[in-house]
Design a protein around this ligand. Structure first.
Ligand SMILES: [Fe+2]
Length: 349
């Protein structure tokens, strides 16, 4: 049973009834169907199944708009008070931080959310909460690289990696957030020098997705790819014959950021400033952080659970024990603009 609708299926036509419902509810005395309107750029089957399960458990309908990550904040700004959106879900803490800085989110209080989500993985005032964690790690060709050669991100600037590194473009948020973490830990000068050193070692100009970098390693185009853990987990647990070579060739290193742990990021969500269904939005957040939903994210999408006590998927566990950097992820949003400028200056296209 599908209880949510998507913008891709319905276009924008459904927003009109939503606006109408929103107005009608202003003067209602209850008794109407409860709902929550979500803008998300997570396009995974796990999320759809969880929204359906939430509706079954609570009777609250989830109206889902699959939004383009690069323009979702501009859309919220454009829509202003007229926006039907209650809950913004993104796959990057930097984006959530920017949403907060641009005044698009509201602080919410939930003792449950505060107790389940570790402090570094949520906004200190409740503007957003991490739902799942991912690490930005190194996938390497195990016939050409030894894992002890990749203890840190910093070693990637060494001359021996010349012509051997693969990464997607600097327009990508995950790279911007990795760079923002460098800025937070070591300052702009060191971050710039690092990015310059990495860009100088690229096997080719950045292009494609994280998964494309993994496949490029398998094709011998380079030896080390920077990629998010779940893309590697999905590739390694897949069965597509055309990716069998990648599964044979790749292994994973969990590099440290100097003295700090491995760079992590979150998919997370925040209640939108003009939300009309705050209680329903919080209920959905709480549901997504429940043990059952956290297990579904872990198994279905190969993400690290945010909630303690939920097991990491065996494929991810096989990469080694993750020691995440404990940097407050709010820093990723605060440093995003600097990170973008520095990546450009470094020649990371
Ligand atoms: Fe992603």
């Amino acid at each position: 049973m599908t209880t949510h609708r998507t913008a891709l299926q319905n276009g924008w036509a459904f927003l009109l009834p939503l606006l109408f419902i929103g107005c009608a509810e202003g003067g209602s005395t209850g008794g109407q169907a409860r709902e929550v309107n979500v803008y998300s750029h997570r396009h995974y089957d796990t999320d759809r199944a969880l929204f359906d399960a939430f509706t079954q458990a609570t009777g609250i309908t989830v109206n889902l708009v699959l939004a383009d990550d690069n323009e979702v904040l501009a859309r919220l700004e454009r829509e202003g008070e007229r926006s039907p959106c209650d809950l913004l879900i993104t796959s990057d803490a930097g984006r959530l931080g920017q949403a907060r800085l641009r005044g698009l989110l509201r602080p919410v209080r939930s003792a449950l959310l505060d107790s389940v989500v570790p402090a570094p993985l949520r906004d200190p005032e409740g503007h957003w909460y991490g739902l799942t964690m991912r690490a930005r790690v190194l996938a390497y060709n195990k016939t050409r690289v030894r894992p002890e050669e990749l203890p840190t991100y910093q070693v990637l600037t060494e001359p021996r990696w010349k012509g051997r590194l693969l990464a997607r473009s600097a327009e990508n948020l995950y790279n911007q957030s990795l760079m923002a973490a460098f800025v937070a830990h070591y300052g702009s000068d060191s971050a710039l020098a690092w990015a310059r050193g990495v860009a100088a070692n690229f096997a080719r100009d950045p292009k494609g997705s994280d998964t494309d970098q993994l496949l490029a390693v398998a094709e011998g185009l380079g030896d080390v790819a920077i990629a998010n853990s779940y893309y590697i987990g999905k590739l390694m647990s897949g069965t597509e014959p055309e990716r069998a070579k990648a599964r044979d060739v790749l292994a994973v290193a969990l590099p440290r950021m100097g003295g700090a742990g491995t760079h992590v990021n979150v998919s997370g969500a925040g209640v939108v400033k003009h939300a009309r269904h705050e209680a329903e939005a919080i209920a959905l957040l709480e549901y997504l952080l429940g043990a059952e939903a956290q297990r579904a994210f872990a198994e279905g999408n190969k993400e690290y659970p945010v909630r303690r006590g939920v097991a990491v998927d065996p494929v991810l566990a096989s990469f080694g024990a993750l020691d995440p950097d404990t940097l407050d992820l709010a820093q990723l949003g605060l440093n995003n603009a600097t990170a973008v400028k520095l990546l450009q200056a470094a020649g990371w296209r």
